[in-house]
Design a binder for this molecule. Structure first.
Ligand code: FES
Ligand SMILES: [Fe+2]
Length: 424
C-alpha cells in the first residue's frame, strides 16, 4: 500500500495493480518515475503485459533472413519468438513453442532450416507454421488443428517488427513515415557486418531514458561527440539555420521528410559535426562502399527511435540498429547490429575494428551510466526529480507514453478483476 502520511516523493510500493495506478497518477508532471518502476518484479510483469506483449517490437533486419528457410529468434518478455522466410519468401513470425508439450522449438539465434523440427518428440512444422508430421498419435489426431501460433509481423525500410497481441496497434503511420525516410539507406541491400550483445544491469526504461537525451553526452561520450551533432545546438540560431539548409537540400534531393514524429517514434535527419562524413573516430567514412544513396553533398545521419525497443542511426556508409529487450526488472539485453552494403568486403572495403569502435565505446559508456543510475534509483533515498524541458524533452515524451500505456492497461484490468496483471 502507498503510505498516506508520506510525501509524494517518498511514496513506497507494496504491490498490487491498484497501488501501481495510484503511484502512476500521483507522479508529478514532468518528473521521473518512482523507484519501484525500475525495480519491482510486479511492475516488471505489468510492463511485459502492457508494453512488450501489446506494442510493435523491433526484432531485426530483413537482410538477416534474405532467403526462404532463413530464421532469427528473439525472446520478448517470457515468449521465445521465431521470425522466418517461408518457402514463398514471405516473412512470418511464430511463437517458438511446440504445439505438443510446449518445448522451445529453436534454440539458435539465427540460421537456415527447411522445416522446424521439435527436438523433443520430433513434431515437424512447415515454414508456414502448419504441422507436417507427428508420429505415434492416434488415428483421429488432426495435424491441421495444431499449427504454430502465429505472431503479427510488419516490415518497414528493411527492418522487422512483431506484435504479440491479438489486435495490434496501428503500424501504418509509422510505416508510412519511415518508408520514406529509410528509402535512401537501402537497408534491404545490407548485410550484418557484426552483432554484439550487451547485458545492462538496469531496467529497460532506464536504458530507453538514457538513450533519449544528450544532456549526458558532453561528460559521458567523448568519442561519440567527435561526430555527433547535439540536437540542442538547435537552440543556437546559426546552427538552426545551418540545419534547415541541410533539410532543404535533402528534401529537394528526394530523401523524404527530414523529421517525422508520432506517438511511438521520432526520426530526424541531421548533419554530423563539421566536415565529418561518418560516425568514426576520425570522421572519415568507415566503409568504402556506400550503403544506399548518400544524402546530396552532405553526410548526415538519420536518427530514429521507436518505443519501446529500438534506437538507430543510419549513416552514408553504415547503419547501426540497437535493440533492447527486457530480461528482468533490473536487466536489459542491448543488441547492436552494424549493417554495411551487402557487397562490402571486410579487409577490402572496411576495417572491422574501425567500423565498430565509436558505438562499442559509446554502448559501454551507456551501460556504465545506466547501471550507476539504477544503483541510485534502487536507494530508499531516491526521489523522482524534474526533467529539463529542453534537454530531456525526449525522456519526458517516452515516460509520459509509458505511463499512459500502463494506465490504460490497468484500466482494462480493473474491468476484468479476475485477470492478474495481464490483459485479455
Ligand atoms: S514437445 Fe515438441 S514434439 Fe513434443
Ligand atoms: Fe549515452
Amino acid at each position: 500500500m502507498i503510505s498516506t502520511s508520506a510525501t509524494l516523493e517518498q511514496q513506497t510500493f507494496a504491490g498490487g495493480a491498484a497501488s501501481v495506478r495510484d503511484l502512476l497518477r500521483a507522479r508529478r508532471p514532468r518528473h521521473g518515475l518512482p523507484g519501484a518502476f525500475y525495480t519491482d518484479p510486479d511492475i516488471y510483469a505489468l510492463d511485459i503485459a502492457a508494453i512488450f506483449e501489446r506494442e510493435w517490437i523491433f526484432v531485426g533486419a530483413l537482410c538477416e533472413i534474405p532467403k526462404p528457410g532463413n530464421f532469427l529468434t528473439v525472446t520478448i518478455g517470457n515468449s521465445p519468438i521465431i521470425v522466418l522466410r517461408d518457402r514463398k519468401g514471405e516473412v512470418r513470425a511464430f511463437f517458438n513453442t511446440c504445439r505438443h508439450r510446449g518445448f522451445k522449438l529453436c534454440d539458435a539465434a539465427k540460421g537456415h532450416t527447411p522445416a522446424l523440427i521439435c527436438p523433443y518428440h520430433r513434431w515437424t512444422y512447415r515454414l508456414d507454421g502448419t504441422l507436417a508430421h507427428a508420429k505415434h498419435m492416434p488415428e483421429d489426431f488432426n495435424p491441421e488443428e495444431f499449427p504454430l501460433v502465429s505472431v503479427h509481423v510488419r516490415t518497414v525500410g528493411g527492418t522487422i517488427y512483431v506484435c504479440l497481441a491479438d489486435d495490434p496497434p496501428d503500424f501504418a503511420p509509422y510505416q508510412e513515415a519511415l518508408t520514406q525516410q529509410l528509402a535512401p539507406h537501402a537497408l534491404e541491400h545490407a548485410k550484418v557486418a557484426f552483432e554484439a550483445d550487451l547485458v545492462e544491469y538496469g531496467n529497460w526504461k532506464m536504458v530507453m531514458e538514457n538513450s533519449r537525451e544528450c544532456y549526458h553526452c558532453a561528460t559521458g561520450h567523448d568519442e561519440l561527440m567527435l561526430t555527433f551533432l547535439d540536437i540542442y545546438d538547435f537552440a543556437n540560431p546559426d546552427q538552426a539555420t545551418n540545419i534547415r539548409s541541410y533539410w532543404d537540400k535533402w528534401e529537394t534531393a528526394g530523401f523524404g521528410p527530414s523529421v517525422s514524429e508520432g506517438p511511438t517514434h521520432r526520426a530526424v535527419r541531421l548533419p554530423l559535426t563539421g566536415d565529418a562524413r561518418s560516425m568514426t573516430m576520425d570522421g572519415k567514412i568507415a566503409v568504402g562502399r556506400p550503403l544506399g544513396q548518400a544524402p546530396a553533398d552532405a553526410y548526415g545521419s538519420l536518427r530514429w527511435v521507436h518505443y519501446p525497443s529500438t534506437f538507430n542511426h543510419c549513416l552514408n556508409d553504415y547503419t547501426v540498429l540497437i535493440r533492447m529487450l527486457p530480461l528482468g526488472p533490473e536487466e536489459t539485453l542491448v543488441t547492436t547490429k552494424w549493417l554495411v552494403d551487402a557487397d562490402a568486403v571486410e579487409g577490402r572495403d572496411y576495417d572491422l575494428s574501425n567500423l565498430l569502435k565509436v558505438w562499442t565505446i559509446t554502448n559501454d559508456q551507456d551501460k556504465a551510466l545506466v547501471e550507476r543510475n539504477q544503483a541510485g534509483v534502487r536507494s530508499s533515498g531516491y526521489r523522482p526529480g524534474p526533467y529539463s524541458p529542453s534537454l530531456e524533452a525526449g525522456v519526458l515524451k517516452f515516460v509520459d507514453w509509458y505511463c499512459e500505456k500502463l494506465d490504460h492497461h490497468l484500466d482494462g484490468l480493473s474491468r476484468s478483476p479476475n485477470r492478474d496483471g495481464r490483459s485479455s
